[in-house]
Ligand binder design. Structure first.
Ligand SMILES: NC(=O)c1ccc[n+]([C@@H]2O[C@H](COP(=O)([O-])OP(=O)(O)OC[C@H]3O[C@@H](n4cnc5c(N)ncnc54)[C@H](O)[C@@H]3O)[C@@H](O)[C@H]2O)c1
Length: 256
């Protein structure tokens, strides 16, 4: 039986990381060809080796989303390899631990976070979207965060606002590119249990405090994000555009 994204050609940034690698593997399993793009060639190659060994189609490309030339080359390589592109997943991003309240802002840190999370998405989109237009349409998926949906009394203001910009950009892109049959949506995940996120829970009490707010009673898994990304790539989501879809186990609708 054909997978739900059979024949789709995907450009996925940050594809060597926790959420990116789970997404690349599920997309390939469901029939897509995936360009796994990452600043770390090793991370991208590891993911691609696993996909290829399971019979899936993927290529590893080293590129920095902050570097316009590198992204131009990476897009050209993907188009050459797959014969075009119809899906972009802007997943690459950072969430530094030292990020805190805007009252203590280290402006260089803010610039670095915006340059990667926000401008990186712009840089990659401006090179990939023309190819999606040429393909007759497709899907763009930006990576926002639940922190751009609700406030948090343990602030990470640079990260939160860099992701809020992506939620706004998603709506603007959706309105602009819809006439070219391009759907643009964003995913806004709550805490997905990765080694990096676990460092935000320094002790059991900090972990329990956060878990108590999750109606579904658990933190997220990379596969939760991979599932939504695959759905948004597929034609199963063919009339969804301009949406920021929160996947957080219900945290953002829970008062107490
Ligand atoms: N983990 C969570 O709980 C969570 C929640 C909400 C949103 N997010 C977002 O999901 C995305 C992925 O998060 P993750 O947890 O998988 O992080 P991760 O650190 O595991 O993966 C990020 C990947 O991006 C790559 N990368 C970093 N800088 C890059 C650059 N300049 N150019 C290209 N690639 C670069 C890294 O090498 C890494 O492979 C991020 O945008 C993050 O903000 C994560």
């Amino acid at each position: 039986m054909a997978g739900i994204v059979e024949g789709k050609r995907v450009f996925l940034t940050g594809g060597g990381g926790n959420l990116g690698s789970a997404t690349a593997k599920l997309l390939a399993k469901e029939g897509a060809s995936v360009a796994v793009v990452d600043i770390s060639l090793q991370a991208a190659e590891d993911v691609v080796a696993e996909i290829n060994s399971n019979g899936g189609i993927a290529i590893a490309i080293q590129a920095d989303v902050r570097n316009d030339n590198q992204i131009f080359e990476a897009v050209a390589e993907s188009v050459g390899e797959f014969g075009g592109l119809d899906t972009l997943i802007n997943n690459a991003g950072i969430m530094p631990h030292q990020d805190a309240s805007m009252l203590d802002a280290d402006l260089d840190e803010w610039r670095a976070i915006y340059e990667l999370n926000t401008l990186g998405t712009v840089t990659v989109s401006r090179h990939v979207v023309p190819h999606i237009k040429e393909a007759g349409g497709g899907s763009v998926i930006n990576m926002s965060s639940f922190l751009a949906v609700i406030g948090c009394s343990y602030p990470q203001d640079a990260y939160t606002s860099s992701k809020g910009a992506l939620s706004a950009l998603t709506r603007s892109m959706s309105a602009q590119f819809g006439p070219h049959n391009i759907r643009v949506n964003a995913m806004a995940p709550g805490p997905i249990l990765t080694a990096h996120v676990e460092q935000f829970f320094p002790d059991p009490a900090a972990r329990a405090l956060r878990l108590a707010r999750v109606p579904l009673g658990r933190f997220g898994k990379p596969d939760d994000v991979a599932g939504l990304a695959t759905f948004l790539t597929s034609e199963w989501s063919s009339w969804i555009s301009g949406q920021v879809i929160t996947l957080d186990g219900g945290i953002s609708i829970n008062y107490v």
